[in-house]
Design a protein around this ligand. Structure first.
Ligand code: ADP
Ligand code: MG
Length: 624
């Protein structure tokens, strides 16, 4: 293996050459304290940055086994090191003021502690995966800067962020203990028949609608009503008390702006662990909880929404419901059925983001519009059957209709951000003022039918467009259909189908570097709301429990993986989801990608299903 001095010399020699000459440094280098692996060198300063790894042997890194011996702790430690690496790297970049060229970047964690592919720790070594914008002026190599970046800054980052001796031992210990306790608390929910635990003292409100950090000023700490209080004795931090939300149907009521949605959102994100100081770091929720909302405009592929919707105009099927443009109510119905298909155990529903006609149909409306003229069976008439038939609980924010008192096990009122248990009062009121509604839900919830996806390419181009001839496709290149930006052609402007063969374009680099599998589709993630998969943009804005771009990156890779391995026209969607999750468990993130990537974060099969279900090219068999 080449030594770091040789790399230094080589980079100086490259100074002033054209950017492509950087390709030369791909490979492995032995530094005094670590190995540097340059996996991929960008072909162009404007392309996706180069991908690098460092491996620091434990003899130098020195992390005690106690910090990573359990799965919880290992994920927490990796998350901690990820944050340290990012902090040190951004400090150095700021110091240099070099912009994107010269930037060392690693996965950006938010408030959640997730398993990510950026950092790995085992008995042998600590590995960090990151990207570097190799320095250039125009398209000319800045060799000295590159040499300083890789041979001076990088060792500084390794020293400061990946060696136990230079880190705050107390803070690391606290980080892993908090995360381990949260996992432990979550594991206790089923035996206590709870869907969520919200500790006393938790800070639920966030800094702003675009800032997930805790509200700094005027945040009112959570405090459980006595009747719902439960207590746990955690392995690391001992006793903790808070509100337990039991399985069944729970209603959260209260005046506007009194903290209902904030509570529900915190519950929704309780499927994840949070960093110490977040305010929600010991708030835990059943990992099968899914936030459901109306999402008009989404596509729906052959979902049996008949538990909720029947007798649509023009005799449209509701047992195999397809649309390119769902309404509020049909989208909400489909999202519930899809969640159940993917084994959801709890539904979280907020009136703020629900279709009114899906949620309620009161006595007067029943009198005016007969049942056979209204396709929708409202949620109120199915919510108990869902729990009875499928053991799926619901936590529902509903300040606008007391009709739900009849179907709730527990009613929690939020007043000035303070919860109280008003179940008894709500029952008394329900007896005193009858709704006079006629129940419309029938005898049971209805079947959740398995869907079998069609074995078609999910990234195929829109119809009518010319298809790229496979045999002529050079490696690493994709047809125009699979791209969002124009691709330079060689010497032809007549609409011919030959693409530039030489690997000189930044676009080619961009695509090659992010192809999740050999011959896989192009993936691009700009933010947590949008995943570009092949030609399609999957709109994930309504999938509220996605929190990091790395999750979308991983979901994109997973869709490419399942398209390649499991989309055979025989497996059901739930079998396919299970197969992908099993592969992830067995092979880790690297099983999803052709080369080690540092930009993946873990996701649930529920969000993978949500992304697939919103992919407009996704289709399923129809059974008669
Ligand atoms: P609702 O759904 O009841 O109308 P929200 O949950 O949207 O109310 O909360 C209204 C506002 O109050 C939001 O700006 C939120 O950040 C803030 N808020 C919520 N809970 C608290 C709290 N415990 N302490 C301080 N502010 C809070
Ligand atoms: Mg609200």
């Amino acid at each position: 293996m080449t030594t770091s001095q040789r790399l230094y010399q080589r980079l100086l020699q490259l100074d002033g050459l054209s950017y492509k000459a950087y390709k030369d440094i791909q490979g492995g280098y032995q530094f005094p304290d670590f190995t540097l692996i340059i996996d991929h060198v960008q072909g162009d300063p404007f392309a996706a940055p180069s991908r690098l790894r460092v491996k620091v042997p434990q003899s130098k890194a020195g992390f005690p086994l106690g910090l990573y011996h359990s799965r919880s702790r290992a994920i927490a430690l990796r998350d901690y090191l990820n944050r340290q690496f990012e902090q040190v790297a951004s400090r150095l970049s700021e110091k240099r003021g070099s912009g994107k060229s010269g930037l060392i970047a690693i996965a950006h964690p938010g408030q959640q502690v997730l398993e990510r592919s950026a950092i790995w720790v085992n008995d042998q070594e600590v590995e960090a995966r990151f990207t570097v914008g190799l320095p250039a002026r125009g398209r000319t190599i800045l060799g000295r800067q590159a040499a300083e970046l890789l041979c001076q800054d990088l060792p500084d980052i390794v020293d400061a962020a990946l060696k136990y001796a230079s880190l705050n031992a107390k803070a690391i210990q606290h980080h892993v203990e908090v995360v381990e306790d949260a996992d432990w608390l979550r594991s206790q929910l089923p035996t206590h028949n709870l869907v969520s635990f919200i500790p006393n003292g938790a800070i639920l409100p966030r800094q702003s609608g675009v800032d997930d950090a805790p509200l700094k000023q005027g945040a009112f700490p959570f405090h459980s009503p006595p009747s719902l209080q439960v207590e746990f004795d955690r392995p690391n931090q001992g006793k903790i008390a808070g509100m337990g939300i039991p399985t069944g149907v729970t209603l959260i009521v209260g005046g506007g702006y009194h903290g209902k949605s904030t509570l529900l959102e915190a519950i929704a994100l309780g499927i994840y662990n949070h960093i110490p100081g977040d305010g929600r770091e010991q708030l835990v929720t059943d990992p099968g909880a899914v936030k459901i909302r109306a999402e008009d405009g989404r596509s729906i592929a052959g979902v049996d929404i008949s538990p909720f919707i029947n007798h649509l105009p023009q005799g449209r099927s509701t047992t195999y419901f397809c649309t390119e443009n769902a309404s509020g109510s049909t989208s909400q119905a489909a999202s519930i059925i899809e969640a159940l298909e993917a084994d959801a155990t709890v539904l979280l529903v907020d009136e703020d983001t629900s279709a009114t006609n899906f949620m309620i149909r009161d006595r007067r409306m029943q009198a005016l519009i007969a049942k056979d003229k209204e396709p929708i069976t409202p949620f109120i008439d199915k919510i108990r059957l869902l729990y009875r038939d499928y053991s799926v609980s619901t936590v529902l924010v509903m300040g606008g209709s007391g009709d739900y008192f009849d179907v709730a096990d527990i009613v929690i009122a939020m007043t000035d951000y303070e919860p109280s248990d008003v179940t008894a009062q709500a029952r008394a009121i329900a007896t005193q003022y009858s709704t006079d509604r006629v129940p419309e839900g029938g005898d049971d919830f209805g079947d959740i039918t398995d869907r079998i996806p069609l074995p078609k390419r999910l990234d195929s181009p829109p119809e009518g467009r010319q298809r790229w001839g496979r045999d002529r496709a050079p490696r690493g290149h994709w047809p125009q259909d699979c791209r969002s930006h124009p691709y330079p052609r060689t010497g032809r402007s007549d609409g011919g189908d030959r693409w530039q063969e030489e690997d000189t374009s930044s676009n080619a680099e961009d695509i090659a570097s992010y192809r999740p599998a050999d011959r896989g589709p192009k993936l691009k993630v700009r933010n947590v709301n949008e995943l570009v998969f092949g030609t399609e943009v999957i709109d994930l804005a309504a999938v509220e429990q996605l929190v990091e771009v790395g999750q979308l990156q991983a979901i994109g890779a997973a869709i490419a993986h399942l398209q390649h391995h499991y989309l055979d026209g025989r497996r059901s969607l739930s079998e396919i989801l299970d197969a992908v999750i099993a592969d992830l468990e067995e092979q880790g993130f690297d099983g999803l990608t052709p080369f080690p990537q540092g930009d993946l974060s873990c996701f649930r099969s529920l969000e993978l299903a949500a992304a697939l279900n919103r992919l407009r090219s996704f289709a399923v068999h129809q059974f008669v």
